[in-house]
Ligand binder design. Structure first.
Ligand SMILES: *[C@@H]1O[C@H](CO)[C@@H](O)[C@H](O)[C@H]1NC(C)=O
Ligand SMILES: *[C@@H]1O[C@H](CO)[C@@H](O)[C@H](O)[C@H]1NC(C)=O
Ligand SMILES: *[C@@H]1O[C@H](CO)[C@@H](O)[C@H](O)[C@H]1NC(C)=O
Ligand SMILES: *[C@@H]1O[C@H](CO)[C@@H](O)[C@H](O)[C@H]1NC(C)=O
Length: 374
């Protein structure tokens, strides 16, 4: 019986499990599906939330605690708390459910029903690192189907340096398609109409896990879902280093989040993968010292494109030294040169396409991560 090509290939894959380039000492090469060009980045931040039983075991992400009162047409404030962020690691090595049952991954909740306090209990996590400058950023996640929440995966420095993918469960009226809200926040000389792009995808974010990705270069911001090109903007491209945030919230604003949801609503994060350059001197010095020979092909790891919905029951490629798991003995990530700002975003943007009448809602500025308003 002759050996099929695919079994030879899988044998080779089994024999050389990413070890060719496991060190990635000269960085990570990402492929632009839009332009077919590659970019090489020095740093990596990957989190495998499917295998994270306890949030405290990792140091790359912090749960954010802050609250703001109702603004504009919102009926409620927003109250980012700790217990709304719940790990739900896979029960088996690979299995359909998490240890707490249901969708595996980090569950980020918006509490349902009438809130006890002024704000709707909501959830937010942000990277400790605020030194991220250009890169390719991906999240595997399943959104909620409970009407009345807004969720977002975004890059943030301040309200003029921000790249968002936003989700509104109130839009999920058609089982076959939905809109994602792609939003860039830039200085006011760029009209917001050019920076806000509702984009239809042929799936429902709450029916399964999908990968949402944005690539940020000095000239462009390019969005993808499951590797399908969605939108590219050359306007409003951030120029300042910052961090990544995921959040899920409601404030009852009929022009945006709606809600609060009738029942507790959660989105489930299976992974975050980020390949980027950094403004951290320590990280750049680390790169200089570990990348001895750029000409050796094995020193740069090739980051694969995710071109189908990422199935939590199948393994996904991690290239970081710990394969997306918390670092055991390695030193904590370098501290950024800049002080960490609050991450209150994304600002409510009143979508012209969805609600042309509603006034713009002022942003949640002057909020600190410890919950005080400055
Ligand atoms: C998670 O880890 C922290 C720190 O090690 C520990 O204090 C806490 O009890 C753990 N939580 C659970 C639910 O095991
Ligand atoms: C936010 O939630 C915390 C914890 O549940 C609660 O103690 C606090 O009163 C809430 N704040 C607001 C403004 O709703
Ligand atoms: C969510 O509720 C709003 C307000 O009641 C309604 O307009 C919208 O159609 C609902 N969306 C879904 C998906 O049911
Ligand atoms: C969704 O797709 C199914 C299968 O193609 C079709 O039968 C149904 O009419 C579609 N529903 C809507 C609301 O477009």
């Amino acid at each position: 019986m002759r050996t099929s090509l695919s079994s030879v290939v899988s044998l080779l894959v089994a024999l050389v499990p990413q070890s060719v380039s496991a060190a990635c000492e000269c960085g990570y090469s990402t492929h632009s599906i839009k332009s077919n060009e590659n970019e090489v980045y020095t740093d990596v931040l990957e989190t495998d939330f499917l295998h994270l039983p306890n949030f405290s075991e990792q140091e790359d992400w912090n749960r954010q605690v802050w609250s703001i009162p109702p603004v504009g047409t919102a009926h409620w404030g927003r109250n980012m708390t700790l217990d709304t962020v719940q790990p739900n690691a896979l029960a088996g090595d690979v299995g359909t459910a998490g240890v707490n049952g249901g969708d595996p991954g980090l569950q980020m909740y918006v509490r349902g029903g009438v809130p006890e306090g002024e704000g709707v209990p909501s959830s937010e996590i942000a990277t400790a690192r605020r030194d991220i400058l250009y890169g390719s950023f991906r999240v595997g996640m399943k959104y909620t189907g409970e009407n009345g929440t807004c969720g977002a995966f975004f890059f943030y420095w301040d309200d003029t340096q921000e790249i968002d993918v936003e989700f509104l469960s109130k839009l999920y009226t058609n089982p076959n398609k939905s809109d994602l809200l792609l939003v860039i926040h830039a200085p006011s000389d760029v009209p917001t109409s050019e920076l806000f792009r509702p984009t239809t995808v042929d799936f429902r974010p709450d029916f399964g896990y999908h990968e949402y990705r944005f690539d940020w270069t000095p000239k462009t911001v390019t969005y993808y879902a499951d590797g399908k090109f969605l939108w590219e903007s050359t306007r409003g491209v951030p120029t300042h280093a910052g961090g990544l945030t995921l959040n899920h919230w409601s404030n009852g604003d009929p022009g945006w989040s709606n809600g609060p949801p009738a029942k507790d609503a959660h989105m489930s994060i299976s992974y975050v993968k980020a390949y980027f350059n950094t403004t951290s001197e320590a990280s750049n010095a680390n790169y200089q010292s570990r990348c001895r020979d750029l000409s050796k092909p094995d020193t740069i790891c090739k980051v694969p494109d995710q071109t189908s919905p990422p199935d939590p029951n199948q393994s996904t490629t991690f290239l970081s030294p710990n394969q997306g798991k918390p670092a055991q003995d390695s030193p904590p990530p370098p501290k950024p040169a800049d002080p960490a700002p609050p991450a209150p975003g994304p600002v409510d943007v009143t979508p012209p396409a969805l609600d042309p009448e509603a006034p713009a809602v002022p942003g949640s500025k002057n909020v600190t991560t410890d919950g005080s308003c400055g």
